[in-house]
Design a binder for this molecule. Sequence first.
Ligand code: SF4
Length: 450
Amino acid sequence: MAKPSVYLLNLGCARNLVDSEIILGSLKEKGFRIANQPKSVDLAIINTCAFIKEAKEESIEEILDLIELKKSGEIRKLLVVGCLSQRYREELEKGLPEVDGFLGVGAWKKELNALIEQLVNTDSHGLKPKMHTDKNLYPPRFPRFRLTPPHYSYIKLSEGCDNLCSYCAISQIRGKLHSRPVEEIVKEVKDLSRSGLLKEINLVAQDTTSYGKDIYGKPFLRELLKELEKINSLPWIRVLYMHPAHIDRELIEFIARSERVCHYIDIPLQHISDKILKKMNRKITQKEIYRLIELIRKKIKDVSLRTTFIVGFPGENERDFQELIAFIKEFRFEHLGAFIYSREEKTPAYNFPIQVPEEIKFERYNYLLEVQREISLEILKNYIGKEMEVIIDEKVSDDRDRFLGRTEYDAPEVDGGVIIQDKRLKPGDLIQAKVIDTWEYDLLAERAEI
Ligand code: SF4
């Protein structure tokens, strides 16, 4: 009998991607064939995102596309998992009767197997698996079917968040902070390193700087990094999603001294006006942010700073926005992302007065990114002539000798990269390269002669 086949579409953040890798890993172990196209498959799974309006709309669009494929016979059974399913299951069940099952975040650990059994072996429809969150983030042993190239991987440190930023729906979806024990994370990284191909791990959570507070009674990121540094085969350890109010001097000095922890600090600041920071419940003031950035730049001389901002938060007036623009021009971030405020039900900010009109939000969003584009171009010009370590991610499709890579100062998938023309390269290579030119977000380099 042919192996049942499964196709999975992953949406949203790197934390969702880890869940998708584990879902596919456990299905593969159960004898499923993993398909990379939704064509004549027994089962299609979509791992959804639901933290802001645009993400929800994208999830719905993709579900509707998969329903059309099911109607045309390409898909036998369709399963919707993840954040959208967790947050809006009842509405989705009513609105999307064509879907065979809905599973929330974490429910897949127990429910998935049972559901798969039923889905693949019987013509059952509209199963109603229970929603639940499990004590352990992951089963002690969990196979991961890698969706990232073998040379880098995301490692989830914890689930949920206790910070309660007033605009954020994540704690509604993913619950309170629950961290994984250090030993479990170290074991996972060692397992992944066994291939000998893993060169970079990216540590993710809703707030990596709160890691361990729930199980060790205090932030435990530095202790975890010390353990991960002992894995000799791992050149790059990158920490993503640090909360500015939870980064202390010891962590900054530790990263500054470290050979392996990338000199890359990802701190979503969200805004700089004290009035807005307070309304967002970010637990940090403008002065404290200035001091923090100055301390990081002083201690980690070659640091690459990534941040994100929300524009159009309720009550944000032109003066608040100009304060943000002035801050960005003064502090000049290597990497910057922006979001348009999304009014999320059941969040405190949903009922805040003075909601900003959509057209103003878009104007501010476009203007902020335009300001950053110029800053990025100026910053990258400083790299011309410099020699740097570059990891090769992939071949640029239309040109067989052209590759896209990154330095330790660029995170996968969200930051610009390095273009190198060299027929001796392959994905996963870690090489020395010399920068010869730049674009707004990317560098052009050539292999450095040894
Ligand atoms: S830190 Fe704030 S924005 Fe981030 S997940 Fe937690 S509550 Fe949401």
